[in-house]
Structures are given as structure tokens and as C-alpha cells.
Write a protein that binds this ligand. Structure first.
Ligand code: IMP
Length: 419
């Protein structure tokens, strides 16, 4: 197995957690490279549900290194709670590593996010409220607090002084520097044993020939550069983000796997050309249990969108696609796949760049008959109904990508291989 990057090809929630969990078995280390506790990866093991926000999903295997790279924004309180929650289930994180360069989400970031969302009114992004955008904004503005700063009282005190005075002038925020200093030094003390130069660590591991798995959070359409801006998250979600978010060169990446749900979902505001209103949307929402792992918000549901698949294949350089949650379509009489958009009478094959297009375009659909069979217990390719194979084949053709694995069941081990 080469060094693999796994990314979402839609608006997040494609089922990457399970894919990572399954690939982690044959990896030596799982590395997060962007996002923060806005992400929520759910893995079900023997009926027990595990939700990860910051800790890489490989944590469920003893002896695998779990690495949080510099591109992640870390809320230390969330991270400590997550470590504690795993410990309470007898999962000890002996091999957790946290980049000293990762930026820290502070309480004022969450408050800033709230204020900005309120001010946007109708145009709000529908963020997860985890302080992600403001933490990345402080990083880009070169005043952010980094994990290493939590270990240095003088540095942290000075950064807090500068930041609190800035945000007091800007939004009238009033936080006690003394209290924050005390609280965050305490977090630093608790996290110190995990803090290291993760770029050095990952590069060394690769030199030793270890198998690395780079775990993307969110999805391509939420990428700050390549997504449906401004309705995006604030990091580089695409595969290239693994290089900057970990400190490795692009030549080190062996393979990029995309994960797509057999339909599409989105949480938060923003354009969604294939969104379905009404009964079918409800079937997908309930059948797929489409409620956010982080916020519990119901997800908007829609038909599979081939335009965004082609786009995700391009901007990520996908080698292969993994299709999840196909069983959720079992009940449907008819299934649609969007193959292009129409805007003012013009056919659009490539994902458009302007918000105006996404908001006003009409999806062009191909319609297929549903397979109307319970597929959730199917274990081998030969048992797949003919129509499900046709559906898969059509998605492969549209995306120009092979599909070698799919899931028909939320259980951890249940991935079906295709040849
Ligand atoms: P933020 O990342 O909290 O700033 O939210 C920005 C947008 O990204 C919102 O539409 C969120 O709903 C969406 N988002 C962030 N993280 C996830 C995720 O893990 N899954 C799905 N959507 C997400």
C-alpha cells in the first residue's frame, strides 16, 4: 500500500470515517491534515458508535500512529474530551501526535463566528459554530496561537494580549487575559506529551517505508479555494491540502481515493443543484440517518451529481472512487443521476465557478428504474442486482473513474470489493 489520501467528493459526510477505518487496518499511521472539530466521522463497531472530531479514525486499532498535522485547527478542550471519551471505552491513545505548529481554536473564535453569522442574516453560511473560520482567519493574519505557544507562558501571554486587544477594538469582546492564560497553559500541560514536529515524524515514517493514510475532513465542494465559495469551510479540503497540512512533498503521495455517497447531502446554507424536496428527500434523510455528527442538524438530500464528481476527480486528481450508502436507495422506484446543468438554455458540463450559476442552474437528469431489493446483506459482487450494477457503471462512466469498493451497510467491516 502506498501513501494514500482519502477525500470527500461532495459537501462532506460521504462516509470517509468508515473508509479510513477500513484502510487503517493495513496502514501504519493515520494523519489528519485540515479542518478541526467541525468534522465528525462516525464509525460503528459491533453496534457501538464512535464519533471522532479531531482524532484520526485509526485510533480504534491498537499500535497505529494517529497524527494531527499542522493544517488542523485544534480546540484543546475538544481534543482532551475526545481522548477522555476514548479512554472511558478502554481505548488508550499511546500513539497520538499533535503538531506543534497546528493553530489553536480559542473561545473568542466561537464568539466571533456567532457575531459574523448573525450579521450575515439571510446570507449566513450555516457554520458548525466550532470557531473554525475565525481560527484560520487569525492564522492567515499572522496573529494566531499555535499549539507550541501553549507550552510557553511568556509567548502565550503576549499573544493573548495582542489578540484580546484587537478583538476588543473590533467587536467589543471582553475576555480576561488572565483566565485564558491560566486555562490554556493548563491545556498545554495536559497535551504536552503528544506535541511534536509532525512533519519530521511523517517524513521519517515514509522514509522507513511505512504506509501512511491521510484522512481528509469535509468534502471538495467545501474547500475554501475550490468549493462553492463563500458557502465553504476555511481550509483546503482537496488532496493537495495533505501536502501543506502535514509538511510533505506532493511526490510522496501514492494514491488519491475519493469517497462519494450514492446520493448527495449538504448541511448548512449554499447552493445545491440536485436537492430534492418532499417525500423522496425524506426517504433518503431517514434511510441514511442524515443528521450531522457534529451538530445534529438534518442534512439536505439530493440526487447523485455527476458534474461535481467530474470536478472532484479533476481538482483532487482522483485515482479511484469509493461509493457509500447504496442501500439507502433500495426503496426507490426511480433513481436519477445528474449528468449536466442547464443555465439560461445552455448546457454546462463543467462545474461552474460563479455563485449565480450554482444558484440558478437546472440539473439535467438521466433516470433509471430502482432495484427495489434489500441489498444491505449482500457480501459479494455476484449477488448485486443488475440495476445496481448499471447504476455503478454509469457513475464510473460519468466520473471517468473506477469504483472498486462500495458500502451497503453501516457496519465497520462491511465493504464490498468490485473487480
Ligand atoms: P465551518 O467549517 O464550521 O466554518 O462551516 C462552514 C460550512 O461547512 C457549513 O456549511 C458547514 O455545515 C460545513 N461543514 C463543516 N464541516 C463539515 C462536515 O464535517 N461535514 C459536512 N459539512 C461540514
Amino acid at each position: 500500500m502506498a501513501n494514500i489520501v482519502v477525500v470527500g467528493t461532495q459537501w462532506g459526510d460521504e462516509g470517509k470515517g468508515r473508509v479510513i477505518d477500513s484502510l487503517a487496518r493495513t496502514s501504519d499511521a493515520v494523519v489528519r491534515f485540515q479542518g478541526g472539530s467541525n468534522a465528525g466521522h462516525t464509525v460503528v463497531v459491533n453496534g457501538e458508535k464512535f464519533v471522532f472530531h479531531l482524532i484520526p479514525s485509526g485510533a480504534l486499532y491498537p499500535g497505529k500512529k494517529c497524527i494531527i498535522g499542522n493544517g488542523v485547527v485544534v480546540d484543546p478542550q475538544d481534543l482532551l474530551l475526545e481522548i477522555e471519551a476514548l479512554r472511558s471505552k478502554q481505548i488508550e491513545l499511546k500513539d497520538l501526535y499533535l503538531s506543534s505548529n497546528a493553530h489553536v481554536v480559542m473561545p473568542y473564535h466561537k464568539r466571533i463566528e456567532q457575531i459574523e453569522e448573525e450579521r450575515r442574516g439571510e446570507q449566513r453560511i450555516g457554520t458548525t459554530g466550532r470557531g473554525i473560520g475565525p481560527a484560520y482567519a487569525d492564522k492567515a493574519a499572522r496573529r494566531g496561537v499555535r499549539v507550541a505557544d501553549l507550552l510557553e507562558k511568556g509567548v502565550l501571554a503576549e499573544k493573548l494580549r495582542i489578540n484580546l486587544s484587537f478583538w476588543k477594538n473590533f467587536y467589543g469582546l471582553d475576555y480576561s487575559a488572565k483566565d485564558l492564560l491560566h486555562q490554556y497553559l493548563e491545556y498545554g500541560r495536559k497535551l504536552k506529551r503528544y506535541v511534536t514536529d509532525t512533519s519530521l515524524l511523517v517524513n521519517r515514517l515514509m522514509q522507513e517505508g511505512k504506509n501512511m493514510l491521510f484522512e481528509g475532513a469535509q468534502g471538495t465542494l467545501l474547500d475554501v479555494d475550490h468549493g462553492t465559495y463563500p458557502f465553504v469551510t476555511s481550509s483546503n479540503v482537496v488532496a493537495g491540502g495533505a501536502c501543506t497540512g502535514v509538511g510533505i512533498g506532493p511526490t510522496k503521495i501514492g494514491k488519491v481515493l475519493g469517497v462519494a455517497k450514492a446520493y448527495v447531502t449538504r448541511v448548512g446554507q449554499g447552493p445545491f443543484p440536485t436537492e430534492i424536496q418532499g417525500k423522496i428527500g425524506e426517504i433518503l434523510k431517514e434511510g441514511g440517518q442524515e443528521y450531522g455528527a457534529t451538530t445534529g442538524r438534518p442534512r439536505r438530500c439530493g440526487w447523485f451529481d455527476g458534474v461535481i464528481l467530474r470536478y472532484a476527480a479533476r481538482v483532487n486528481g482522483l485515482d479511484e472512487l469509493i461509493l457509500t450508502k447504496l442501500d439507502v436507495l433500495d426503496l426507490l422506484d426511480k433513481i436519477k443521476i445528474c449528468v449536466a446543468y442547464k443555465y439560461r438554455g445552455k448546457l454546462i458540463q463543467d462545474f461552474p465557478f460563479e455563485l449565480e450559476y450554482w444558484e440558478r442552474c437546472q440539473p439535467v437528469y438521466e433516470e433509471m428504474k430502482g432495484w427495489k431489493k434489500d441489498t444491505s446483506r449482500i457480501k459479494i459482487e455476484e449477488d448485486l442486482p443488475k440495476r445496481i450494477r448499471e447504476y455503478i457503471k454509469r457513475i464510473e462512466e460519468i466520473g471517468g473513474l473506477p469504483i472498486r469498493r462500495l458500502s451497503l451497510n453501516p457496519e465497520r467491516s462491511e465493504f464490498l470489493s468490485l473487480y
